[in-house]
Design a protein around this ligand. Structure first.
Ligand SMILES: CC(=O)c1csc(NC(=O)C2C[NH2+]C2)n1
Length: 130
């Protein structure tokens, strides 16, 4: 009903604001667009489910997410994929793993500090009702 659409509209605003703040953070530049398969031809041999910040924004606008946990399932792929694709001890891999860990922690701190727990529960009840 209309009240439910009001709640989901507010969830989309929160998720867009979160994602945009990550996109403008220079540490996360490697995560803003899909990996270019021409530049990194073996990427899809290693990573089954690519994800990036611009795709999260597209999904938000497509009303893909009804709860924060559904959003986090996709958002977590970004840093999980980076840890999987860059496992070596060399500095380049360590540098992108450091940024992947910063992305993981930054997302969760923003959600903990800025998303109301009661609002989150209302979104989960809408998901369970559908
Ligand atoms: C997005 C992502 O995880 C990514 C983009 S390039 C890259 N890794 C490299 O370019 C080399 C450093 N060791 C391989 N990882």
């Amino acid at each position: 009903e209309e009240q439910e659409e009001d709640v989901l509209r507010e969830l989309r605003l929160f998720l867009r604001n979160l994602t945009e703040r990550l996109m403008v953070d220079r540490r996360f530049k490697a995560f803003t667009k899909p990996v270019d398969i021409e530049e990194v031809p073996d990427y899809l041999m290693v990573i089954q489910k690519p994800m990036d910040l611009s795709t999260l924004l597209y999904n938000i606008d497509e009303h893909k997410y009804v709860t924060v946990d559904e959003f986090l399932s996709d958002a977590d792929l970004i840093w999980q994929n980076a840890l999987e694709y860059n496992p070596d001890r060399d500095p380049a891999d360590r540098h992108i793993r450091h940024r992947a860990c910063a992305l993981k922690d930054t997302m969760r701190v923003i959600i903990r500090d800025e998303l109301d727990k009661d609002f989150q529960r209302i979104c989960e009840e809408i998901r369970e009702s559908r």
